[in-house]
Design a protein. Structure first.
Length: 255
């Protein structure tokens, strides 16, 4: 009799320690709801962190730009210098001021030099990667992206304003610029997020071709200005060039 009473007293307690199926389903549903609420916030935090990393890279490039001008009689580093069949672009010209940054893509296996047998160090330099640039993308604007394009130095990362100077074999396609020629340095953009190494603003299109602007950071693009500060351009709308007082030309005229 006493043994039966003990078992009866224990059984109710054991039953109360167990979850019913309904209780388990409710718990799982609550966890799923909380995860659904937290994941967007986590994704947003990651995106902001990548945007901050991108701005940090542009600030480093801005410091190199100033060093280049200091060593070259106040001339701004051109977007491209052509010497016959050889083209040296802005990242080649700036690389001596921050070699590790411009070797990053090569060291990570994201860039293959056009001539692997060439021992010249500058051929291994490439545009640094933007943390938000998607190398798996199939198109850039209206242009289909091939694997060969992904290996090019200018694909993925940042592009320089062609109006800071662009030299081709026949001469200056865009004339060189000294810093004291910038009418409004805080509005003139030097370098920004782009799918190509140089931006051709005269197309008046953000996503028309490789020479257009690119907005990888949730609808905005980071840009470095002539006075060294970095901010964001929101898009993709052509009228934002005027709205944000962004200038392609050093004389402070819009295109």
């Amino acid at each position: 009799m006493r043994m039966t009473q003990r078992l009866n007293r224990r059984c109710p307690g054991k039953l109360r320690d167990r979850f019913t199926l309904i209780e388990l389903l409710i718990t799982v549903a609550i966890i799923a709801i909380l995860a659904g609420m937290l994941l967007p916030a986590l994704n947003s935090a990651r995106s902001k962190a990548r945007g901050a990393s991108c701005r940090g890279t542009l600030k480093q490039i801005g410091q190199m730009e100033e060093l280049y001008s200091g060593d070259n009689d106040d001339w701004i580093c051109p977007a491209r210098m052509s010497h016959g069949i050889t083209n040296k672009d802005w990242f080649h010209l700036l690389a001596s001021y921050g070699e590790s940054l411009f070797l990053m893509r090569y060291n990570k296996g994201l860039y293959t030099p056009n001539t692997s047998s060439d021992s010249e160090q500058w051929r291994f330099y490439a545009v640094p990667p933007c943390p938000e640039f998607d190398l798996s993308t199939k198109t850039y604007g209206t242009v289909s992206v091939t694997d060969d394009m992904k290996r090019l130095a200018g694909y993925g990362g940042y592009g320089a304003n062609r109006h800071r100077g662009f030299v081709v074999a026949s001469g200056w396609s865009e004339p060189p610029v000294r810093r004291n020629q910038l009418k409004a340095p805080s509005r003139f953009f030097m370098t920004m997020d782009s799918g190509y190494l140089a931006l051709r603003g005269q197309e008046k299109s953000y996503m028309g071709s490789f020479g257009s602007l690119y907005f990888p950071h949730s609808g905005y693009s980071n840009m470095l200005h002539g006075d060294g500060h970095v901010d964001a351009l929101y898009g993709p709308h052509v009228n934002n060039i005027s709205k944000n007082l962004i200038r392609f030309r050093p004389d402070d005229r819009d295109l």
